[in-house]
Design a protein. Structure first.
Length: 569
């Protein structure tokens, strides 16, 4: 089995088509004079531009405008006088159109691929794609047309350029496998938009897999089987059928409001880690963002993201979700979340240590930068809410609020736009916060229950330790009572209460949460539709009955067994 990153969910079974790079050697092309070469370049650019426009139009119609953005970006680059001007200069210096294209694109690729920002690095791939298209045209080679690959094709390549991905049809492509790229690469975004299973970042895929090989792949687990034995194949076929049936059934819930069986509306939001995830969340039907884990912006880099960079990242999500809520959690580091360049001290008990809000309140510069970025990002759409992680006491909300007010004063003095009335809420994810939820509710604008940590701290069970994984469960009556009392406290104080831990998507727990009156469920993008469906199946009366029975039981086994038996299929 080969393993990569599961980048687009679903099971693909079919025959491999390994896409090889074309021979773009132009060393034998003679220079045919300045005017002639310029004319060749202009002609090639026009042809490529026209082809890209046609592809963008088709993509817009087939998938939606967002999916064609990459192509529109390429067209813009192609028409950018800065780029074409440099190519013409190359020709004036006695180079062929091919050499001019190669040199100029090459220098842009070198520049972009050295950048920190993943989106910028992605631009290098886009320009590489443009170079290939121009050279293919100039050299009179055949345009690779993946649109005519036979049905059941599993496409395998080192990397898929955006325009290659565009030629892909769901009708004939059963899966995509690449050697490079991760969940946020363009190939991944487009694969998800087209709902084609994709496993990216599989080392050696293009050399180990041969055209014609039978392949079974799982785009969620990131597993790829070459010439699978009969048992694996049967297993994959069954999973494929189940996945497809489920997906088709859930599509019914796209664009529908989230309501229980009585028609009572609840908010259904998504959790994201990066601004790029927001698009997928929107496509999967999220009505807002209930948790943006900002620590991901701080990871996989060498230094802190600055105020402008953070502001742009937050604003990107706010713009995409204009008119809807975007709850952004301030930096949650420490515990299991390390960021090497912060040089966090090694601690005996990192989960109980100097982490999350505790760390931020001590790192004043770092926190002020984030608060300023959040305030400024909220200026245009006024839909950002700030959320504090790992709160245990009122002092922390007060300290954070004081810093927020200071940040507002600074911004006002600088004449910078910001959201004056941005809301400040807390995550309820420690037993202390749960116990004093009534007090916190007097000063917090909203609550979101973080069951991942609330479970770990309530039960004194490390959420990441496999030795005690059997003890880690939200079905423990202590956790359930805690959730119930937090929701009650919020209701009594009249503030909204959501849940952004994994429990919010658990079909066995949803009736309880509905019965208690949870206002907002925030789940992973892939769980949005299934959660909407589960919510729609429960009336208040039924949920109340199940809640009463479950809460009368005393053991984890009893509660979990009962609630699992009540899951509505
Ligand atoms: C939680 O603790 O429930 C939560 C949502 O946050 P994280 O998983 O990031 O700790
Ligand atoms: Mg947490």
């Amino acid at each position: 089995m080969l393993k990569g990153t599961g980048a687009s969910a679903g099971v693909g079974i079919g025959r491999a088509l390994v896409v090889k790079e074309q021979n773009l050697d132009f060393s034998g092309v003679p220079f045919s004079g300045q005017e002639q070469e310029k004319a060749r370049l202009t002609e090639a650019a026009a042809a490529v531009s026209q082809r890209l426009s046609a592809m963008a139009a088709e993509m817009t119609q087939r998938v939606g405008e967002h999916a064609a953005e990459i192509l529109s970006g390429q067209i813009m680059m192609l028409n950018d006088p800065f780029m074409t001007g440099q190519m013409e200069e190359q020709i004036a210096a006695g180079n062929t159109a091919e050499a001019a294209v190669d040199a100029v694109c090459g220098s842009f690729i070198a520049m972009f691929s050295g950048m920190e920002d993943e989106l910028m690095r992605q631009r290098a791939t886009d320009i590489g794609d443009l170079r290939t298209r121009l050279l293919v045209n100039l050299l009179g080679l055949e345009d690779m047309d993946l649109a005519h690959a036979p049905a059941g094709t599993i496409l395998v390549a080192k990397d898929f350029t955006p325009s290659m991905t565009v030629g892909i049809r769901r009708e004939n492509v059963a899966g995509i496998i690449t050697e490079v790229g991760g969940r946020t690469s363009h190939s991944a975004i487009l694969a998800r938009a087209l709902e084609i299973p994709a496993v990216l970042g599989v080392p050696g895929a293009a050399s180990q897999i041969h055209s014609g090989d039978t392949v079974a792949m799982d785009g969620e687990l990131g597993h790829v089987y070459l010439d699978p034995d009969e048992r694996t194949l049967k297993d994959y076929q069954a999973r494929q059928e189940a996945f497809e049936a489920q997906r088709q059934m859930l599509k019914e819930y796209l664009g529908k409001p989230t309501v229980n069986a009585d028609g009572r509306p609840v908010a259904l939001y998504a959790n994201i880690g990066k601004p790029e995830d927001a698009q997928a969340a929107l496509e999967k039907g999220a009505e807002g963002i209930g948790l943006f884990r900002t620590e991901f912006l701080f990871m996989d880099r060498e230094d802190l993201p600055g105020e402008e960079e953070q502001m742009n990242a937050y604003r990107q999500v706010a713009a995409l979700f204009a008119g809807k809520e975007v709850i952004i959690r301030t930096l949650d580091v420490g515990g299991d979340k390390d960021i090497p360049y912060l040089h966090l001290e090694k601690e005996e008990n990192p989960f109980l240590g100097h982490r999350a809000i505790r760390y931020c309140l001590d790192e004043v510069d770092l926190y002020m930068t984030q608060l300023r970025a959040l305030l400024r990002a909220g200026a245009d759409y006024k839909n950002i809410k700030i959320m504090l992680p790992l709160v245990t006491g009122l002092e922390e909300i007060r300290a954070a609020r004081a810093m927020l007010e200071k940040a507002k004063k600074e911004l006002a003095a600088q004449g910078l736009a910001f959201d004056e009335s941005i809301q400040l809420g807390v995550m309820i994810e420690t037993p202390a916060a749960s116990q004093i939820a009534d007090l916190l509710a007097q000063e917090a604008d909203f609550f979101s229950i973080g069951t991942n940590d609330l479970t770990q701290y309530t039960l004194a069970v490390d959420r990441g330790n496999p030795q005690v994984a059997g003890l880690y469960t939200p079905f423990h009556p202590a956790v359930l009572r805690s959730i119930a009392s937090v929701i009650r406290a919020a209701k009594e104080a009249g503030i909204p209460v959501g849940m952004c831990g994994e429990a919010a998507a658990d079909p066995a727990l949803i009736p309880l949460l509905l019965s208690w009156g949870l206002d907002e469920f925030s789940v992973s993008a892939s769980a949005v539709l299934a959660t909407r469906r589960t919510i729609s199946l429960w009336s208040q009366k039924e949920a109340d009955d199940v809640r009463a029975e479950a809460m009368s039981l005393s053991s984890v086994k009893g509660i979990q067994g009962y609630l699992s038996s009540m899951i509505k299929k």
